[in-house]
Design a protein around this ligand. Structure first.
Ligand code: ATP
Ligand code: MG
Length: 392
C-alpha cells in the first residue's frame, strides 16, 4: 500500500520531513491526511508524528530555516510552517492518565504506542515521506477498505477517557462509514450506554462537531444512529431526524450546507444549544423564520434572502412538509433575487420625512412584492398619492 498526492509532494512538506529524517528521526504522516489520501479525498491539514522530542523539533526547524510555533508543546505539538503551509508535528505519545478531555501524556519512541492512544483505527494509519503506509494496529487498512469506523481498543473505555469521542464516532461514520452496514455495533452500543457523557462537553465543541458532521455528503445514517443511541437530543434538545432523508434526496447536486440540514433537524434554540457564531445564528434564524408551509414563495424568498439562503429555505420546507417544491423554483428564486425595488427615498421627499417616509417606503415595498415585482415606479407612486395617470 502506497500513498501519494500533491499535498505529499509539496516542497514545504517534504522539507519538514527531511529535517527530521536527516537527523535520524522518524517523520510519519498520520491521521486525516493518510486516511483521506488513501481514499483519494481532499486532504485538509497535514499532521506528522515523530520520535523526536518537541524541543528537538523546534531546534531542527530553526536549523532548517523554518518557522516553528510551539502551538501545543505540553502535549507534544509543534507547528512547523514551510512553503506557507502549517504542519502539526507531534511527538509519539501514550496517554498515561486521562481526566475527560485532559490527558496526562508521556512521550514515547514507539509508533505502536502512539497508534494505541488514537481514537479510531482508520485514524491510526501512518505513512513515511516515501509513501510507504504503516498500520501499527493491524486493523486500520482493513477497516478503511470496509468503511468501518472502529474504536482503537475497547469502545467503552475509550469513550470514558474522552466523551468527545462519542461525537467523533458519528462524525467519522458520516464521512467515512457505510450506511448499508451501519455504524460498528460495539461502538454504537458504547455511545448509547455512555450518552450522558455528552452533557459534560462544552456547547462550542458540540457545535463544531455537529457542523462538521452535517457537512458530510449524506449524514442521514449517522444522524439516525445518533437519534437511536439517545445522543441527538442531548446535543440538540427537541431535534428529530425524520425529515433529513427527504432533504438529502431533495438536495441532489446542491452543495451540502450544514445550516440547511440543521434547520431541518430543528430542536429548541438550536443556535444557542450549539453556540453558533452571530453570522451563523442569523442565517439559521432566516431559514427557520420563513420555513413554514405558508411562508413566502421562491421569488419572494430570493428577494428577501438572496439566492442560496432562499434555496435552503425552499428545500428545507419541502423536506419538512413532505412536498415537492414549486415548479421552476430555482428560476423563481433567481427572478426575485434580481428584482430591484424601483423607489428611492428621494422620490418621496420632501413631501414625506422621518417616520412617515419610512412607513410609506415599507408600504410601497410590500405592495411591490405582493404584485410579484411587477408594479412600476409610476404605478407605485400613484397608489401612494391616491392619484391616477401621473407621469413618473
Ligand atoms: P480532519 O482534520 O479531517 O477532521 P483528522 O483525523 O486529522 O480529521 P484531527 O482532529 O485533526 O482529525 O486529529 C488528528 C488525529 O489525532 C486523528 O486522526 C486521531 O488520530 C487523533 N485524535 C484527534 N482527536 C482525538 C481524540 N479526541 N481522541 C483520540 N485521538 C484523537
Ligand atoms: Mg487533521
Amino acid at each position: 500500500m502506497r500513498l501519494s498526492g500533491a499535498w505529499m509532494a509539496d516542497p514545504g512538506t517534504q522539507a519538514v520531513c527531511a529535517m527530521l529524517v536527516v537527523a535520524g528521526h522518524e517523520a510519519l504522516f498520520v491521521g486525516g491526511c493518510v486516511r483521506n489520501g488513501l481514499l483519494h479525498q481532499p486532504v485538509a491539514d497535514v499532521d506528522l508524528a515523530t520520535d523526536a522530542l518537541p524541543d528537538r523539533v523546534m531546534a531542527l526547524a530553526e536549523g532548517a530555516g523554518l518557522q516553528a510555533v510551539p502551538t501545543g508543546i505540553a502535549h507534544g505539538t509543534v507547528t512547523v510552517v514551510a512553503n506557507g503551509v502549517g504542519h502539526e508535528v507531534t511527538t509519539f505519545r501514550r496517554d498515561v492518565e486521562t481526566f475527560g478531555r485532559h490527558a496526562v501524556v508521556a512521550f514515547s519512541g514507539d509508533v505502536a504506542e502512539d497508534a494505541a492512544r488514537r481514537d479510531f483505527t482508520i485514524n491510526a494509519l501512518y505513512a513515511r515521506p516515501t509513501g510507504e503506509v504503516l498500520d501499527p494496529l493491524g486493523g486500520g487498512l482493513r477497516d478503511l477498505a470496509a468503511r468501518r469506523v472502529r474504536f482503537v481498543g475497547t469502545a467503552h473505555d475509550r469513550i470514558r477517557e474522552d466523551y468527545l469521542r462519542i461525537l467523533r464516532f458519528f462524525r467519522f461514520h458520516a464521512w467515512y462509514g457505510d450506511d448499508a452496514t451501519g455504524p460498528d455495533p460495539q461502538g454504537l452500543a458504547a455511545c448509547a450506554a455512555l450518552a450522558d457523557g455528552v452533557d459534560s462537553l462544552s456547547r462550542e465543541r458540540l457545535g463544531t462537531e455537529m457542523r462538521k458532521l452535517l457537512a458530510a455528503p449524506d449524514p442521514t445514517g449517522a444522524v439516525q444512529a445518533m437519534e437511536r443511541a439517545g445522543v441527538l437530543t442531548r446535543v440538540l434538545p427537541g431535534a428529530q431526524a425524520h425529515a433529513l432523508p427527504r432533504l438529502i434526496a431533495q438536495e441532489g447536486d446542491a452543495p451540502p450546507r450544514w445550516q440547511r440540514r440543521l434547520a431541518v433537524l430543528g430542536g429548541r434554540d438550536t443556535a444557542e444549544a450549539l453556540r453558533l457564531s452571530r453570522a451563523d445564528s442569523r442565517q439559521m434564524a432566516a431559514i427557520t423564520d420563513d420555513i413554514g408551509p405558508d411562508g413566502p414563495g421562491p421569488a419572494e424568498l430570493g428577494h428577501r434572502h438572496g439566492a442560496w439562503l432562499a434555496a435552503d429555505i425552499v428545500m428545507a420546507r419541502a423536506a419538512l412538509t413532505a412536498t415537492t417544491p414549486p415548479p421552476r423554483w430555482r428560476e423563481e428564486i433567481g427572478r426575485g433575487a434580481a428584482a430591484e425595488f424601483p423607489i428611492r427615498a428621494t422620490d418621496l421627499m420632501p413631501d414625506l420625512q422621518g417616520a412617515a417616509l419610512g412607513a410609506a417606503l415599507r408600504s410601497l415595498h410590500a405592495r411591490w412584492v405582493a404584485s410579484d415585482f411587477t408594479l412600476t415606479r409610476a404605478a407605485l407612486l400613484d397608489t401612494l398619492r391616491g392619484r391616477e395617470g401621473l407621469d413618473p
